[in-house]
Design a protein around this ligand. Sequence first.
Ligand SMILES: [Fe+2]
Ligand SMILES: [Fe+2]
Length: 151
Amino acid sequence: MPVTQWTPDLALNHAEMDKTHQEFVDLLNRVADAGGTALVRELDALIAHTEAHFAQEQQWMEAAAFPPLHCHVREHEGVLEITREVRKRVAEGETHLGGVLAKAVAEWFTHHAASMDLILAMFLNQPGQFQAATACQTGCETAKSAWHGAA
Ligand SMILES: [Fe+2]
Ligand SMILES: [Fe+2]
């Protein structure tokens, strides 16, 4: 059963980011639906895609001197750390964790896309016209409460 779905609400008016996010949503659903050895394979695919997804955003942030880079990157690192840990435990037999992870990351992503990624997309689309200091604070607080709410 899908844990999330792509909707126009998730679009951030940044073609490359939006394409990556659609793929990410698809991969989360594949993890949620997989079992047995296929689950480990799907988790590997999710991890590889997520590493590239987050590295690309970090590169954009560095190139644009995006002020709230560090809080955004910290959140990415936390998600990757949890995903790698779940992959390890699934491979050791705790296969129920695949679905738990997919659901939690899907909930996290809804908030992350609507806060940190939205702010980044706006900044990339309109550099110099955006109050990044305020955005950092708002983005971090929104993301923190979303993550704690999902945990
Ligand atoms: Fe993203
Ligand atoms: Fe992000």
